[in-house]
Design a protein around this ligand. Sequence first.
Ligand SMILES: [Cu+2]
Length: 146
Amino acid sequence: MLARVRLATLAILVVTLGTYAARAETATPRTARPSDAKLYIISPHDGETVTSPVTVRFGLVGMGVAPAGVASPNTGHHHLIVDSPTPPADAPIPKDDEHIHFGGGQTETNLTLTPGKHTLQLVLADKDHLMFDPPLVSETVTITVK
Ligand SMILES: [Cu+2]
C-alpha cells in the first residue's frame, strides 16, 4: 500500500517536472536588475488636472537608460502604458497606442490625450523590450485632462 502511494507520488513528480522543464525551455530569459532600482513618474502627479498635450517626465533611480537594442549592464528603455493594465511579464511589451516605446532612450514625452480621466504607468524593459526580473514598473498615475 505504502509502495503504491509512493509510486503515485513519484509519477506526479515526474509529470510536474516535465511540464516545468518544457515551460523553462520556451520562456524567453529575462534580465536580472538591481533590487533597489526605482521607476516613477515625476510629473504629472496622481490626481492632477492637466491640459493636452501633457508633458510626462520619467524618473529612474538605480539603473540607467540606453536605447533599445543596446546591450549595456543595468540599463533599459522606458515604456509608457496609457489607459491599459500592466502588460504581462512573460512576453515582449506590445507596441501600440497604449504601449509607447521610447527606444531612443527618451526620458520625457508630450502626450496628446482626449478630455477626461486617463491612467499612466511606466515600465522599464531591456534591449529586447522584455521586462526585467523582477519587473520594474511605476505606480499608476490617474490624471484628468480638461
Ligand atoms: Cu521597448
